[in-house]
Write a protein that binds this ligand. Structure first.
Ligand code: SF4
Length: 467
C-alpha cells in the first residue's frame, strides 16, 4: 500500500551517496533460459543496479523503454540507516501522517471492535495539532487512517477526516478498511471528501485468511457494491489482497471481486499486501492460517505476470517499473529507504492519545511508542532496523524490489518475514528479467544468498510454467 517510488533519496544538497560505503561488491550470477532451450548467463549487482552479459557487456535499460519520462540525473543522497543505536528524529514538516484508530482491542472480527477512540479524543487531537505539525506544507499532506477497522471508530474518523479536509490544503486522505461496517452516511462522506479507500479483501481466500467475508452478508455486500460504483469512476477505491495457502493467484482475486461487485474483472483496481504471514502482524482473526507454498506461489505469480494477467495490479506494475528505473539510472542501494517509508523523517505514525509509534501497525500498549507529540523534539525511532543493518538484505538479489522487510521485527520473526518477502519478490524479479531479455530465470548463484546457512544456488522458475 505504499508507493515504492517514495522510497529513494535524491540529493537535496547533501553529499551524494558514497559507493565506497557499500559493504563490498555483491554480484549474483543468473542462469537464464530462452523458451527454445538456449541458455545464457547474466550478472547482477543490486547495489550498483548493473546487469551485464557474461562478456561484461552491460545491458542498458532506457527510461523511455518503460514509459518513464527521461529526467536529468540528480546525485543520489544516502537514505538514513536507522537502528536502535542510530535512532531517527521526526520532522514537523510531514509528508505522511498515519493515524491509528481503534487498534489492538479484543475483538472477534474487524467489525466487532469496541469504540476506544472517542469523539472527544479526536477533538483534543485536532486542537493540539498546531503545536507539533508544521502549518506550511511544501507538498500535499497525506493523512491515512489505519487500525483494525477504522470505521468502528466512526465519530472520531468523521471528525478528523473532515477537520483535515477543511483546515489543511493541499491534503490527500486515505482510509484502509475491511469494508464490513459501511453505511450510506459513511459512503456519502467518503465520496464528498474524495477519500481514497483501500478495501482489504483476499478474494476466494477471504474467509479462511480473515475469518469473515463481507459478501456473505447481503446488506454489507450491497453497501460495498455501492461504494465501489460511486468511487471507482474517480479512481478513489482500491482492493488490497494477501496471497496465502488458500489462494496463490491475483487473477482469482480479481475474478472473485468482479463476480460479487457485478463488474468486469479487468477493471478491478487491485493491489497486494503480498503474502499472509502467521506470526507477523496481528490482526483481528486469530484462527489458523495457511501460508503460501513458496514454490507454487513463485510459479503462479511468474506465470500470471508474464502472461499479462497480473502485471496491471498496482503494486506489481509499480515494482517492475521501479526495478527498470533502478537499472536505467543505476540507482545505488545506499539511496534506498525501507519499503514502508516509516523510516523517513517526514513520515509519522500516531494514535489519538498522541503516542508516536514505530508504524501504524504497532501499538503503544505493546511498548511500541517512540515518544509523544507533546515532546516532539524527543521522538526517536529507535525500535527499527534499516535493511542495511540486517544480515540478509545487503546480500539479497531482490533488494531493489523489496527494499527490506518489516523494520521492527527481530529474531526468528524477522527471518520468517524475510523468507516470505523473498518468496514474493523472486517471481517479480524473474518477470522483470523475462520482459527485458526474453529469458526465464532458472537459477541464482551467489557467494552468499542472504544468509551463510542458506544454499548459495537456488532454483527460481521452470520455463514449463509458460507452456
Ligand atoms: S527479501 Fe529479505 S533479504 Fe531480501 S531485501 Fe527483502 S527482507 Fe531483505
Amino acid at each position: 500500500m505504499v508507493n515504492s517510488l517514495q522510497q529513494e533519496y535524491l540529493s537535496t544538497g547533501e553529499p551524494a551517496a558514497d559507493d565506497a560505503k557499500r559493504k563490498g561488491a555483491v554480484v549474483f550470477r543468473l542462469r537464464m533460459q530462452k523458451l527454445r532451450g538456449e541458455e545464457f548467463y547474466l550478472s547482477y549487482d543490486p547495489h550498483a543496479s548493473q546487469l551485464s552479459h557474461e562478456n561484461n557487456k552491460r545491458l542498458i535499460v532506457q527510461a523511455h523503454d518503460f514509459g518513464h519520462d527521461v529526467v536529468p540525473l540528480r546525485p543520489w543522497a544516502d537514505a538514513p540507516t536507522v537502528s536502535p543505536q542510530n535512532p531517527l528524529n521526526k520532522s514537523a514538516s510531514l509528508r505522511t501522517l498515519r493515524i491509528q484508530l481503534g487498534r489492538h482491542v479484543d475483538c472477534r472480527s474487524a467489525g466487532d471492535a469496541e469504540v476506544i477512540d472517542s469523539l472527544e479524543d479526536a477533538r483534543t487531537f485536532a486542537e493540539r495539532l498546531p503545536q507539533w505539525l508544521s502549518s506550511e506544507p511544501q507538498s500535499p499532506l497525506q493523512v491515512e487512517f489505519w487500525g483494525c477497522e477504522p470505521f468502528t471508530q466512526w465519530p472520531a474518523l468523521e471528525y478528523l477526516g473532515s477537520f483535515f479536509a477543511e483546515n489543511r490544503s493541499p491534503v490527500e486522505i486515505k482510509v484502509i478498511t475491511t469494508g464490513c461496517v459501511l453505511d450510506q452516511n459513511m459512503i456519502s462522506w467518503l465520496e464528498r471528501l474524495q477519500v481514497l479507500v483501500v478495501v482489504r479483501h483476499d478474494g476466494p481466500a477471504q474467509k479462511f485468511n480473515r475469518g469473515e467475508d463481507v459478501f456473505d452478508e447481503p446488506v454489507k455486500a450491497e453497501n460495498l457494491r455501492q461504494l465501489y460504483q460511486r468511487l471507482n469512476p474517480t479512481g478513489k477505491i482500491r482492493f488490497c489482497c494477501r496471497l496465502s495457502g488458500y489462494n496463490h493467484s491475483l487473477s482469482a482475486v480479481k475474478e472473485y471481486l468482479a463476480a460479487h461487485l457485478g463488474c468486469r474483472a479487468q477493471g478491478i483496481p487491485l493491489t497486494t499486501e503480498e503474502m499472509l504471514f502467521s506470526g507477523g502482524e496481528k490482526d483481528c482473526f486469530s484462527g489458523p492460517k495457511a501460508e503460501a507454498d513458496p514454490t507454487a506461489l513463485r510459479h503462479a505469480l511468474f506465470s500470471e505476470i508474464s502472461h499479462g494477467m497480473a502485471v496491471h495490479a498496482y503494486s506489481i506494475k509499480e515494482k517492475l517499473q521501479d526495478f527498470y528505473r533502478s537499472l536505467a539510472y543505476e540507482r545505488p542501494s545506499s539511496s534506498l529507504g525501507q519499503f514502508c517509508a516509516m523510516d523517513r523523517e517526514d513520515s509519522l505514525a500516531v494514535d489519538l492519545k498522541g503516542n508516536a509509534l514505530t508504524c501504524p501497525l504497532a501499538s503503544a500498549r505493546e511498548g511500541r511508542a517512540i515518544g509523544h507529540v507533546s515532546d516532539y523534539a524527543n521522538i526517536r525511532l529507535d525500535t527499527a532496523w534499516h535493511w542495511s543493518r540486517r544480515e540478509e538484505c545487503p546480500r539479497c538479489p531482490v533488494l531493489q524490489l523489496c527494499k527490506g522487510g518489516c523494520m521492527k521485527l527481530e529474531g526468528e520473526e524477522w527471518r520468517r518475514a524475510c523468507d516470505h518477502r523473498f518468496a514474493f519478490h523472486l517471481p517479480l524479479f524473474a518477470a522483470g528479467l523475462y520482459f527485458l531479455t526474453g529469458g526465464v530465470l532458472r537459477e541464482i548463484e551467489g557467494k552468499v544468498l542472504r544468509r551463510p546457512d542458506l544454499p548459495g544456488v537456488i532454483p527460481v522458475v521452470h520455463p514449463g510454467v509458460l507452456g
